[in-house]
Design a protein around this ligand. Sequence first.
Ligand code: HEC
Length: 258
Amino acid sequence: MSNTCSLSIRSLPYLFRLGIASLIITLLGGYVVSGLHLRWHYDNRDETPGLTMNDIIGAYHGVQTPSPLISALENGHPDTLPDTERTTLLDWLRSDRVSQDYDNLDLGEDAPSELIAMSCLDCHTRSSSGANTHPEVPLEYWDDIQKIAISKDIQPAGIDIVATSQHTHAPMMAIVMLVLALLGAMTRFSNRIIGFVVFVTGIGLLVDMAGWWITREVAGFAFAIVVGGGLYAIGTMLIGCIVIIDCVLPAGNDASAS
Ligand code: HEC
């Protein structure tokens, strides 16, 4: 017998075990929902849809990506562009009316869409071809412009918010795992394997929680948050499922082994 814990789950009355199983199902269900919530929550830190690494780095470290359109114009591209038009375009891009003024009829020929059509589209349409053209970055439609017009400046959450969040998350997630670890040790399954999962999960959570702070300084550590959090999630699910299985399986021969 691999189980050395004197109290085993299967020695408990069946209703007791069903009760434990229901609680664990609720617990795991709650984690699945908060996993989804996490997805929605960080989704739109950057303008790219979906949860990307940039969203996570943005949340814990902040991300500054200057608008490629502004950079190009600031760097004197294209060199054929008259200074007045360059200034008009840069003023527009730095204003907070980028989408409203793009093809604002009131601006007449100075509307950015007009300037871009005259000065850029020779080289920046999807069908542009020739030595000095650049069809990879089309500027024909608002959708094209929008993607590269706005500087991404994602600020990390404030220290007080991180601290408040950790104040609830760290103890709660650690206690959940402690309870699961104890229940896991009371199952009929190998303590060596469950112990290994507990070890990996514990390290994962530690790295995840420490990562919230380290990533503020070192952006690359965001990957450790993702890996650590992922290991914690997998470990919790795994041990949770093992406990549920042990609860619902018939007690078997040594039900009263203890
Ligand atoms: C004579 C052709 C030509 C014209 C006119 C032109 N471009 Fe370009 N553009 C290019 C080429 C070629 C590249 C790629 C090589 C480089 O960066 O110089 C480029 C690159 C760019 C990039 C950088 C894309 C990236 O990969 O980051 C932006 C932004 C850009 N152009 C905007 C504009 C805007 C805005 C205008 C009009 C005001 C304009 N271009 C006019 C040829 C042109």
